[in-house]
Unconditional design. Structure first.
Length: 220
């Protein structure tokens, strides 16, 4: 899988029943993220925090889908642990977790190397996350080692950036950007078009190189 790759449609067994991915995702954005196995400490915190923040994903029209290489029965027991650990989860666990105990789906989606799929030790490398658009294309991907927990707020920030830049394709978001802050105007935008595209104002910064490429705006 690469940025821009189309996620293939797939069928899967999940904790909320069988799904077909395209049908399940519909016209929504989606986050598909994998874990090495159930009952692992770092993953427990991640799935819990995703559940706690599920309303933030819903506000952005994003569906959440987990994947772990264990059985449904194991997933159910793990969910009970997650809810016991993360007391801020309200009601039933809010999103499905795929049972991929054959590791076939992990291989198909490049979440684990083909030669490692039957090696339990090496299989612990599958911690991939894909943000997928309504067109079923990968918009952003993150890959983590088993030692480092994901930052869920960063995932939400990335979704905000992706959705904004898709709505307004003349801008990009700078380092550490959060909604409300200045964005960068793309170099492909001509100076003579700035007033029309950004009627509420923009800034141009002169650089020692004399190349005028740093232009910012809050007009989005």
């Amino acid at each position: 899988m690469r940025l821009g790759s189309v996620i293939p449609d797939f069928s899967a067994v999940t904790t909320k029943g069988p799904i077909k991915f395209y049908e399940w995702a519909g016209d929504s954005w989606s986050v598909l993220f994998s874990h090495p196995s159930d009952f692992t400490p770092v993953c427990t915190t991640e799935l819990g925090k995703m559940a706690v923040l599920i309303d933030e994903f819903k506000k952005r029209n994003v569906k959440v889908l987990g994947l772990s290489c264990d059985t449904i029965e194991s997933h159910v027991d793990w969910i009970n642990d997650i809810q016991s650990y993360c007391l801020d989860i309200k009601g039933e666990f809010p999103y499905p977790i795929i049972s991929d105990n054959t590791r076939d789906l992990a291989v198909q989606l490049d979440m684990i190397a083909e030669e490692d799929k039957d090696n339990v030790e090496l299989a612990l490398t599958i911690r991939s996350l894909y943000i997928i658009g309504p067109d079923k294309k990968v918009k952003l991907m993150m890959v983590y080692p088993t030692s480092t927990g994901r930052n869920i707020q960063e995932i939400l920030r990335c979704i905000d950036s992706l959705q904004l830049c898709e709505r307004k394709n003349t801008i990009a978001t700078p380092a550490n950007w959060v909604p409300g802050e200045k964005v960068m105007i793309l170099p492909t935008v001509k100076d003579e078009d700035l007033d029309k595209l950004f009627p509420n104002g923009y800034e141009k910064r002169s650089m020692p190189s004399s190349v005028d490429y740093l232009r910012t705006t809050t007009d989005y």
